[in-house]
Ligand binder design. Structure first.
Ligand code: FES
Length: 201
């Protein structure tokens, strides 16, 4: 038998606070309040709020999506639909401290992107989509990063690195190992700041 969907003003109901373990920090709540002022319809606030959640939780597990739905008074299904549509939100698993995204689109491909993928897989002992056992690195393949003049190029947090070679990866990985801040969290924080400044994406 199908479950009855509870409606509120004609829309599926948002999750209730008493059913959730809310984790947003005071900073996150203040940011969200600031963002709400930019958007007359809170539906438009889902994308930046998901970035806040990704920074607060480190990724977007079901409780993070539920918190966004509660705070914006949208249904869980609606927020989950947005979060799973965009590849920049991590809904499937918690990424490593540093997410290394390798562009394998045409220009990068022609400049040796798959040699970079092979080298990363060999140096880190993981395949695309996997995280190293120490939780330090996750590697992913992505579409054009709009930095074709730097092909083959990587995105790590809010930085583009390129052109890279299999040989230049050693010093790059070494410097990332010494970084204190997760580049994934840093990326989310930068994007939240841009949203707060501009009021749009
Ligand atoms: S093809 Fe790689 S940045 Fe455009």
């Amino acid at each position: 038998m199908s479950e009855t969907i509870q409606l509120q003003n004609g829309r599926p109901k948002a999750p209730r606070a008493e059913d959730l373990e809310l984790k947003f920090s005071e900073k996150a709540i203040a940011e969200l309040e600031g963002l709400k002022g930019h958007y007359p319809d809170l539906k438009s606030c889902v994308l930046p709020c998901l970035w806040i959640a990704q920074r607060e939780y480190g990724w977007l597990p079901a409780p993070a999506i539920a918190e966004v739905a509660f705070r914006l008074q949208r249904s869980y299904a609606e927020v989950e639909g947005v979060a799973t549509f965009y590849s920049m939100y991590n809904t499937e698993h918690e990424p490593g401290k540093h997410m290394i995204e390798v562009c394998t689109c045409l220009s990068c491909h022609m400049c040796g992107a798959y040699r970079i993928v092979d080298a990363l897989e060999e140096k880190l002992g993981v395949k695309l989509g996997e995280t190293t056992a120490d939780g330090m690195f996750t590697i992913h393949e992505v579409e054009c990063l709009d930095a074709c003049d730097r092909a083959p190029v990587l995105q790590i947090g809010d930085q583009y690195v390129g052109p890279v070679t299999p040989e230049s990866l050693d010093s790059l990985l070494e410097s990332l190992r010494k970084e204190e801040i997760s580049s994934s969290v840093q990326l989310a924080d930068s994007i939240v700041k841009v949203h707060l400044k501009n009021g749009n994406s």
